[in-house]
Ligand binder design. Structure first.
Ligand code: ZN
Length: 357
């Protein structure tokens, strides 16, 4: 259900849940960098992950590349708290959460049919728990972004899931949750979602259908899943791409879209859904953006947020080829080298690291 159509009673309950949540906790700047990750993000059991075209340990591999190369200090990574049922109810319906107690529903969402044959406690433990932990990471990242100017959750970005329905490997609406928490706990009233995963972000589009505090820019391949024409109506900018779109054209369309957004909407928080399935060779995204193009894309978005003096939180979202983790790690390293984020390897604290006015 969209927020603006909720009853007063439901809104009061939602606020109560957000206020009582343990997902926001204090992270002292001296001890930690605003990079959020947990080893329990990764899904790996019984060889099941091999049945899916996804590299379901991508998140751990991104973290390992960055740590091994000295870009990231493991001790300074922020480990989030797993989202509880009460946290998830901030956005999701009871009926939807109950439906996940049926393994066949989860199998459909995760697109791994054999999951349907497993007892639900195994599915909860091995599939849904990692997702819930990543949701906790996305929600906390918004708080860290506001405090530090930027934050990266090495996970999350489940943009096909809305309050009442999951799909496309997305079981929980982490973006919608993070924004509801930011409204209530951070006093934020204007959020820009820049969704650059190759697929349409129909989950958050449905959740914010009647909420004009959110401005949505979505660049996506309209030839592929989810073909959600109803959700498409909610986008402020719908930039449709064709299969086979190359780097130069992609970056040009992105720059144009951000220029247009800048003139219309002044965000207090940018939620950047940075799917790497735009990469050439990705069997699901079907675009032809090079690894260098992904780096440039991320740079353009972080520079945009910096110019707007808006805190930015990045989610890694889709893109699960074996090569994706390398590209994501290289891009994060590049953001540090360019001074758009501050990491131990160098790179200065960006100008966007100021509190909101
Ligand atoms: Zn995608």
């Amino acid at each position: 259900m969209s927020t603006s159509l909720r009853s007063q009673e439901e809104l009061a309950k939602q606020k109560q849940r957000i206020d009582a949540s343990g997902l926001y906790f204090n992270v002292p700047p001296g001890d930690k960098d605003p990079i959020v990750y947990s080893p329990s993000y990764n899904i790996s059991f019984l060889g099941m992950e091999k049945l899916h075209p996804f590299d379901s340990s991508k998140w751990g591999r991104v973290q390992k590349f960055l740590a091994d190369e000295g870009v990231l200090n493991r001790k300074r990574i922020v480990e989030p708290v797993e989202a509880t049922r009460d946290d998830l109810l901030v956005v999701h319906s009871e009926e939807y959460l109950d439906s996940l107690k049926c393994s066949s529903v989860v199998a459909q969402i995760a697109e791994v049919p054999p999951i349907a044959l497993l007892p639900n406690f195994v599915v909860q433990w091995k599939v849904l728990k990692p997702f819930r932990k990543q949701v906790g990471g996305t929600v906390l990242s918004a708080k860290l972004a506001k405090e530090r100017g930027w934050a990266i959750n090495i996970g999350g970005g489940f943009h096909h899931c809305c309050a009442t329905e999951g799909g496309g490997f997305c079981a929980h609406a982490d973006i919608s949750l993070a924004i509801q928490f930011a409204y209530t706990r951070l006093g934020i009233t204007r959020v820009m979602i820049i969704d650059l995963d190759a697929h349409q972000g129909n989950g958050h589009e449905r959740d914010f259908m009647n909420d004009d505090r959110v401005y949505i820019v979505d660049l996506y391949n309209s030839d592929i899943y989810p073909w959600d024409h109803e959700a498409k109506r909610r986008m402020n900018q719908s930039v449709t791409l064709k299969s086979g779109t190359k780097t130069d054209q992609y970056l040009e369309l992105l720059s144009q879209a951000l220029k247009k957004a800048e003139a219309i909407f002044k965000p207090e928080l940018v939620v950047y859904n940075a799917g790497s399935d735009i990469l050439e060779g990705d069997p699901l995204g079907r675009l032809l953006v090079t690894p260098e193009g992904v780096k440039q894309r991320d740079e353009i978005v972080f520079q945009f947020a910096k110019d707007q003096h808006a805190p930015i939180l990045m989610l890694t979202s889709g893109g699960y080829m074996k090569t994706s983790a390398r590209v994501i790690a290289d891009s994060i390293t590049n953001l540090g080298a360019k001074g758009l984020i501050s990491l131990p390897s160098g790179g200065s604290v960006s100008a966007s690291c100021c509190a909101l006015k």
